[in-house]
Ligand binder design. Structure first.
Ligand code: ADP
Ligand code: ASP
Ligand code: MG
Length: 286
């Protein structure tokens, strides 16, 4: 029977009240589909707060200790969610990246996931439990905790969906789908019913943080559909999947915004080789 993989991002588990709401949704899913694996991010701004704390104690923290610290936010939300589910009389267990068999390369802060050994997850599912896995973290060859890059819990979820043979991975977030552009910046952006992997990859790589770019790559490689939806409402969101005919007719699907780049144009430079260095630059009246 197929395994459902759901991922809940930081704002979806931003308070204990939100964690109780997520527990309810997970239990509803388990009533319909017995095998549920949940990947969680850290609560709200926890990871940012941990990063700030590193700066308060060191200008140059070691990469190993940095990951040991910033990975901990996910442990909190996973254990709290397991407790909230258990409180409703349903079996649940939280697993760290290492316990869930998520292996990474030996790099810290942005390690790639190299393999997943899902045997412990399978064992817990066979015992009827909801399995909750910490996103964002794994373990390397020397048994140290590593992190896979900011926003990486999406990728943890998709990698697990691939290892568990799930055809769909649900990504629960604080917007109800993928929009033509960031709906928090452009209020009349349109929600897309579906978007192809390649278009989504482009949006994500150019800064649409609704999905971690590597999660889209992994979904494409393994032909896993992503369903991006809100944990605050019940309606469906956006499916990220292989091109459909409908999608192929559109000249433009979306746009992203980066507020970390500036463009400087040097105007009215004489068009002679070697002259740019010396030419007097007049101010552009425009
Ligand atoms: P989570 O904590 O659930 O992982 P993120 O904050 O990482 O959530 O991503 C969700 C955010 O992505 C939204 O709140 C939204 O502001 C932003 N975003 C940027 N571009 C888009 C887009 N094209 N469609 C939807 N959301 C977008
Ligand atoms: N908690 C991590 C971060 O803030 C991972 C994630 O949220 O996906 O980057
Ligand atoms: Mg995110």
């Amino acid at each position: 029977m197929s395994i459902i993989v759901q991922k809940y991002g930081g704002s979806s588990v931003g308070s204990t009240e939100r964690i109780r709401a997520v527990a309810k949704r997970v239990i509803e899913t388990k009533m319909k589909y017995p095998n549920v694996v949940v990947v969680v991010s850290a609560m709200g701004d926890t990871t940012d707060d941990l990063v700030k704390m590193t700066k308060e104690v060191s200008d140059n923290p070691s990469a190993r200790e940095y990951d040991a610290l910033i990975s901990t936010g996910e442990n909190i939300s996973a254990a709290l969610l397991a407790m909230a589910i258990q409180a409703q009389g349903i079996g649940a267990i939280s697993l760290s990246g290492a316990q869930a068999g998520i292996h990474t390369e030996n790099l810290y802060s942005k390690a790639k996931i190299t393999k997943v050994d899902p045997s412990r997850i399978m064992q817990e599912l066979d015992e009827g439990k909801v399995v909750i896995v910490t996103g964002f973290q794994g373990i390397n060859d020397v048994s140290d905790i590593t992190t896979i890059g900011r926003g990486g819990s999406d990728t943890s979820a998709v990698v697990l969906a691939a290892a568990l043979g799930s055809p769909v991975c649900e990504i629960y977030t604080d917007v109800d789908g993928v929009y033509t552009t960031d709906p928090r910046v452009v209020p009349d952006a349109r929600r897309l019913a579906e978007i192809s992997y390649d278009e989504m990859l482009e949006l994500a790589s150019l800064g649409a943080k609704v999905l971690h770019p590597r999660s889209v790559e992994c979904a494409k490689e393994n032909n896993i559909a992503l369903h991006v939806r809100s944990s605050f409402v019940s309606h469906e969101g956006t499916y990220v999947k292989e091109d459909s005919l409908m999608e192929m007719n559109k000249p433009v699907t979306g746009a992203t915004l980066s507020d970390e780049e500036v463009m400087i144009s040097v105007l009215k430079v004489q068009d002679n080789p070697g002259i740019a260095k010396y030419s007097q630059i007049e101010e552009d009246p425009a």
